[in-house]
Design a protein around this ligand. Structure first.
Ligand SMILES: [Zn+2]
Length: 465
């Protein structure tokens, strides 16, 4: 069976063995630093007909450390003073994008920029996405994999009862500074969002019966690259857009997508030459696309590039710029996502229009990559999940999401990977093949399921309004 792969990053997951290092380990220190690092905020909340975001951008000194041998022998880490921010009922989500230019990005010396979060008591935790990335990373709160999964102490939903001050601690291998962009959503949570509690059934339908009563909207900016499609119009891919829209209109999400169109005639990106380089000057490269075509992007929309293909990446359907991506800014490495047309083709010559059936799969890919951009992980990673507890890089950190255990990777075909057909059971550990965020598509299984909690993440993204 051919598997099609949804990819979010080509860099591998990198595990930091010890948590809690990197500064801010006492409340006294934190209190002294309350005023540090604040930047001028711009509030875009004037109209209810568009997303509400507070965006800030600043340089933060890496003025602590080094912690010797942190990444291995001879590999130090430096860190910042804790950066304070607030989340709560009126600010349901804060997203951070951090960059530190350095050369330690090869597999032999991979040292990422990463984060720790601290609460006002000085307790630290890391998010599921904390160690992704080389020179840059994105992260968000509230949503994470701390002991209570979301914002810290006690029950998962309690922390949304009040505004909370949190602290961000930046870590990286170079003793200079970090560049940080920060977007805080300022669309107040509805009461049902604020007091949301997860379903707790031990079967494959867990979370699927939730219904969000208030419909939200989200703008989607479709960007056709030069060589991407026979006709560069929304109508030409309407079947895909309809599928994408239908998935997000389900009761468990209830977000209406509003599409707009941009086109490019730049031949540099007739095919994407590279999807993994961190060199923003590499001709035809994905990061060069994201960083050099900011004028095509909309800071208040989900930016989706439509490309012909990625050279040498035959089965790659699409990629997101991060989990989450960075709304509110254009021209960063995390400002967009991309889908590739040709890997979706089952019939017709390259460059011709896709069949309706292939357009439906393209719509699934858009929905999946958008899910990543908005903060969702795969239900289970490719080898299956090993556990349903704590911080776990083999499954989504949401406690509600059914997943698919490692043992299922040999259920039908013993190849070490879970296929959709191996994860269609009725329990909570042999399921999620039907979920929109399953790691791969087989082109047959209808991956339309999204849990209420997955929808809760989407609805609290700053792009939702
Ligand atoms: Zn994916």
């Amino acid at each position: 069976m051919k598997k099609f792969i949804f990819s979010l990053f080509s860099v591998f997951l990198f595990f930091i063995s010890c948590g809690g290092k990197g500064g801010g380990d006492s409340s006294a220190t934190l209190l002294l630093l309350l005023a540090a690092g604040s930047g001028a905020a711009s509030n875009d909340s004037s109209s209810a007909s568009e997303p509400c975001m507070e965006t800030t951008e600043r340089t933060v000194a890496a003025n602590n450390g080094p912690i010797l041998n942190y990444y291995g022998a001879g590999k130090s880490v430096y860190y910042s003073n804790p950066q304070s921010f607030s989340v709560g009922p009126t600010k349901p989500n804060a997203i951070f994008y951090v960059e530190q230019t350095h050369s330690y990005t090869t597999s032999g010396d991979f040292r990422p920029v990463h984060y720790y979060f601290y609460n006002s008591s000085g307790s630290s935790f890391i998010n599921r996405e904390v160690t992704l990335g080389g020179q840059f990373g994105t992260s968000m709160l509230g949503y994470g994999s701390n002991s209570s999964y979301y914002l810290g102490s006690s029950s998962p939903y309690v922390s949304f009862g009040l505004a909370n001050t949190w602290y961000l601690d930046l870590n990286g291998p170079v003793n200079s500074s970090f560049r940080i962009k920060q977007t805080v959503g300022c669309k107040a949570m509805t009461e049902d969002e604020r007091w949301f509690n997860t379903s707790n059934n031990s079967n494959s339908t867990n979370g699927l019966s939730h219904s969000w009563p208030r419909r939200k909207k989200m703008n989607v900016n479709i960007i056709f690259l030069n060589n991407s499609y026979a006709t560069k119009s929304l109508e030409a891919i309407q079947t895909a857009l309809d599928r994408f829209k239908t998935l997000y209109l389900q009761n468990t999400v209830n977000v209406e997508l509003v599409f707009s169109l941009k086109t490019s005639s730049d031949t540099e990106f007739n095919a994407i030459s590279d999807i993994s380089s961190e060199d923003t000057s590499l001709s035809g490269g994905l990061l060069r696309l994201y960083t050099s075509t900011a004028s095509l992007q909309d800071p208040k929309a989900l930016n989706i590039y439509i490309a012909s293909e990625a050279t040498g990446e035959g089965s790659l359907l699409g990629m997101a710029g991060g989990i989450p991506g960075l709304p509110g800014f254009t021209g960063t490495r995390a400002s967009a996502m991309i889908v590739f047309v040709e890997p979706h083709r089952s019939t017709g010559a390259a460059g011709s229009s896709l069949s309706s059936a292939d357009l439906v799969i393209l719509g699934n890919t858009m929905a999946h990559e958008a899910g990543h951009f908005l903060g969702l992980f795969h239900t289970s990673e490719s080898a299956g999940s090993s556990s349903n507890s704590g911080l776990n890089y083999t499954r989504d950190p949401l406690i509600e999401t059914p997943y698919c255990s490692t043992s299922r990777a040999s259920f039908l075909v013993n190849d070490g990977y879970i296929a959709p057909q191996e994860c269609l059971g009725t329990g909570i550990t042999n399921a999620s093949g039907y979920n929109m965020m399953f790691w791969a598509s087989d082109g047959v299984t209808n991956q339309n399921q999204i849990t209420g909690e997955q929808g809760w993440v989407i609805r609290r993204n700053p792009l939702a309004y």
